[in-house]
Ligand binder design. Structure first.
Ligand code: ASP
Length: 472
């Protein structure tokens, strides 16, 4: 049996062909049973009349979401029955045999007419059914296309895709870490990376020069419509021997080509994308994420904007950064590896709050969709930044590996990390970032389908040397 995908049916008119998929909808008109068969490509009408003998008896038992294999002759539909909305709307399959591969209970919400009435909890509990919705299937297919485009584009520019560890050490990106207890080293913990920041910088010291990764990042933060709780993906990029303009130009070229290929209906408000300083946008728009669309109701308008020349530091509240331990009055505006602008370095000693940095943010329609910077590659400047943000000796020690690496020939380097989910969420005009993620956590940071997070067996805790505080 050679199975053919639904949308290829047009090429098989007059031939006996086999199709498999789900019964999307089942209708009866008089004695005839019509089944819309759904597979990953689309829908195809199956027709079954009493002439089909045993197949007809089976067809009468089929309910929505049953999994079927149908063999029959592909026939042209009568012109008056052509369905213009369907890619296969001019053909149908006259069933000869039908096999019910598996049955389905009545789903907890409709798959045919997505009404979005189902609660988030229910949709996530039955995410495998929710993903059957046309909109969700479209969203995840676009996700795949964008990932593939980015890979091919960066590969074409000489970038190497490398995976960096997930069992890592806490990276100070300003959020709370997810910790993983170590069994072999009791009392010690790995942290899931908030981003591969230090690894990618170390890859530059290693001489990789051009690295990228569609990298999972973990931050223990509360959910927002434009932010996933728990984990998210970034298009993580790092390059050596580059200027800030080189990084901006690369990303601008990549996303311009990606939009032309995957979202040809979308138009940019302006090209090249405006590059505005932080001082300018703050004064003119009162925000560092300005929405520069001409028509904010036009879903096909894309206003990409670069914001540069951020202040290197922001004032930090006492328990903001590094959980308050040894905090100075200033915190890095982006992260502590961001380089000060060359012409402002002298202010580090006298007026650090005035120092501008080589940070760049990418804004799309009022959402921040990426950030990065030229990095510090001089150990003495990195030490100075640690001092200004009030690092203790112990805190500094945690970054010794980076400073040591910098003693062995470090190229000037910089990068950026556009948020992959965030970008898709804005491009697809979705209401929540969860609509572009196959298996997101709920707004409360749980997975109602897997039931995670969950309790673990006492033996597992014993292995890890962990005792739970029963009072909690
Ligand atoms: N690691 C940074 C972040 O997650 C991005 C970068 O500087 O490249 O925001």
């Amino acid at each position: 049996m050679k199975r053919v995908f639904s949308t290829h049916a047009n090429a098989f008119v007059g031939k006996t062909t086999t199709f498999s998929g789900w019964a999307h909808s089942v209708r009866r008109m008089g004695k005839i049973v019509f089944i819309n068969l759904r597979d990953k490509e689309g829908l195809l009408q199956i027709v079954c009349s009493p002439d089909s003998g045993e197949a007809y008896e089976i067809a009468r038992k089929i309910r929505p979401e049953f999994v079927l294999t149908v063999t029959g002759k592909v026939a042209k539909r009568d012109p008056k029955n052509v369905n213009q909305e369907l890619a296969t709307g001019s053909v149908e399959v006259v069933a000869e045999t039908i096999e019910i591969i598996s049955e389905s209970k009545t789903p907890p919400f409709e798959i045919v007419n997505e009404d979005r009435q189902a609660s988030e909890e229910l949709r996530l509990q039955y995410r495998y059914l929710d993903l059957r919705h046309e909109r969700m299937r479209y969203n995840i297919s676009v996700r795949h296309k964008v990932a593939l485009f980015v890979r091919n584009f960066l590969n074409g520019k000489g970038f190497m895709e490398l995976h960096t560890p997930l069992l890592s050490k806490s990276t100070p990106e300003g959020a709370r870490d997810y910790l993983v207890p170590s069994r072999l080293h009791k009392g010690k913990f790995f942290a899931l990376p908030q981003s591969p920041q230090q690894y990618k910088q170390l890859l530059m010291v290693a001489g990789v020069e051009r690295y990228f990764q569609i990298a999972p990042c973990f931050r223990d933060e509360d959910a927002r419509a434009d932010r996933s709780p728990g984990e998210f993906y970034q298009i993580d990029i790092e390059m050596s021997f580059v200027t800030q303009d080189d990084i901006l130009n690369l990303v601008e070229e990549m996303f311009t080509a990606m939009v032309a290929e995957i979202f040809p209906e979308k138009k940019f408000t302006s090209t090249p994308w405006p590059r505005l300083t932080h001082a300018e946008v703050s004064e003119k728009y009162g925000t560092d994420k300005p929405d520069l669309r001409q028509d904010k109701n036009n879903k096909d308008e894309l206003a990409f904007t670069w914001v540069v020349d951020f202040p290197l530091f922001v004032s930090q509240s006492k328990d903001d950064f590094f959980h308050g331990s040894g905090a100075g009055t200033l915190a890095p505006s982006h992260h502590m590896f961001t380089a000060p602008k060359e012409e402002d370095i002298h202010l580090l000693d006298t007026d650090p709050a005035k120092v501008r940095s080589y940070q760049h943010d990418l804004v799309l329609n009022g959402f921040e969709v990426g950030g990065g910077s030229i990095r510090i590659h001089r150990p003495e400047i990195q030490e100075k930044i640690f001092d200004i943000i009030g690092f203790t000796k112990d805190q500094k020690k945690q970054f010794k590996h980076l400073l040591t690496a910098f003693e062995y020939g470090v190229p000037p380097h910089g990068g950026i990390a556009p948020g992959f989910d965030r970008l898709l969420f804005v491009l697809l005009g979705e209401k929540s970032i969860k609509e572009v993620v196959p298996f997101p956590l709920s707004s409360e940071g749980r997975d109602p389908m897997m039931g995670s997070p969950s309790k673990v067996a006492p033996g597992q805790l014993r292995d890890l040397g962990i005792k739970l505080d029963k009072s909690e």
